[in-house]
Design a protein around this ligand. Structure first.
Ligand SMILES: Nc1ncnc2c1ncn2[C@@H]1O[C@H](COP(=O)(O)OP(=O)(O)OP(=O)(O)O)[C@@H](O)[C@H]1O
Ligand SMILES: [Mg+2]
Length: 259
């Protein structure tokens, strides 16, 4: 049985069909990469799995049990952790305290004592490479470090499945390499991973499977190397990215960022 099974999932926002019948499974140990153009429904999919959105149709199963429409805190305690595309730490707290919040409130077992939560925070902060900055106020962190903190907060909840939404967006080449290393270490802890990523190097470098969404539907699914060669994927997705990666015109319009 798959760890996570998504079947015929749909979600509408007014007239927009963000998800229009998406199905896939995630097995224990998988690193599944979800790619697709802006607005394809990737974040909506994670939002449905993590309970932030209630799906309009279809089903989401965690092992044998349906979790579709369950409250986010209950889903988190089942062992599904996530990061957010927009990073939202508690601004008045240190890196360590922010991370400990995940350990205190998201754990499937009984609640930890604050001291144990701080120990847990130290452990996951080492793993994501923030050990030396653990006493920093979060507002002092750079963008890549804030993304690491998001991952640390999710890891502190001891998830079996970790959902990552564009944790490498906006990172430079060296930072992407570091982030890749971090994700590999997470995988080596035996944590199953579903990640949304626009950086193809990440999809090929770490995922054993890739799922391409387009207009709320599955376009292609399979081994990353094959998926990225698929004609439909090149047309729907890579064409858009390649176009965007061209040198900017003399008077570039401001880049837009997704949610
Ligand atoms: N809370 C919301 N209210 C209204 N519309 C929404 C909401 N969330 C998403 N949508 C719409 O659903 C569609 C899918 O959005 P989603 O954020 O899932 O795309 P995405 O694949 O994550 O895109 P990106 O690559 O830009 O992050 C878009 O048309 C978006 O405008
Ligand atoms: Mg998104």
């Amino acid at each position: 049985m798959s760890l996570l099974t998504v079947r015929d999932l749909s979600k509408r926002f007014g007239g927009v069909k963000a998800l229009a019948g998406v199905s896939f499974g995630v097995d224990e140990g998988d690193v599944l990469g979800i790619i697709g153009p802006n607005g394809a429904g990737k974040t909506t999919l994670l939002n449905c799995v993590s309970g932030l959105y209630r799906p309009d149709g279809g089903d989401i199963r965690w092992e044998a049990a349906s979790i579709s429409g369950m409250a986010p805190y209950r889903i988190a305690r089942l062992g599904i952790g996530r990061t957010f595309q927009i990073v939202r730490p508690f601004p008045s707290m240190t890196v360590r305290e922010n991370t400990a919040m995940g350990a205190l409130f998201g754990r499937p077992d009984k609640r930890l004592q604050p001291g144990a939560a701080l120990d847990e925070a130290d452990d996951v902060l080492e793993l994501v490479g923030l050990g030396e900055k653990r006493h920093y106020p979060v507002l002092r962190l750079t963008v890549p470090d804030r993304k690491r903190l998001e991952v640390a907060r999710a890891l502190a909840m001891r998830p079996r499945l970790l959902l990552l939404d564009e944790v490498m967006a906006g990172l430079n080449g060296v930072e992407v390499e570091q982030a890749l290393q971090m994700v590999r270490q997470v995988r080596e802890r035996g944590i199953t991973i579903v990640l949304i990523e626009h950086v193809m190097k990440v999809i090929v470098g770490i995922c054993n499977r890739a799922l391409v969404l387009n207009f709320g539907r599955t376009l292609v699914e399979g081994p990353p190397a094959e998926v990225l060669k698929d004609r439909r994927v090149i047309e729907a997705y890579l064409g858009q990215r390649y176009a965007r990666d061209q040198p900017p015109p003399p008077d570039p319009s401001p880049a837009t960022e997704g949610n």
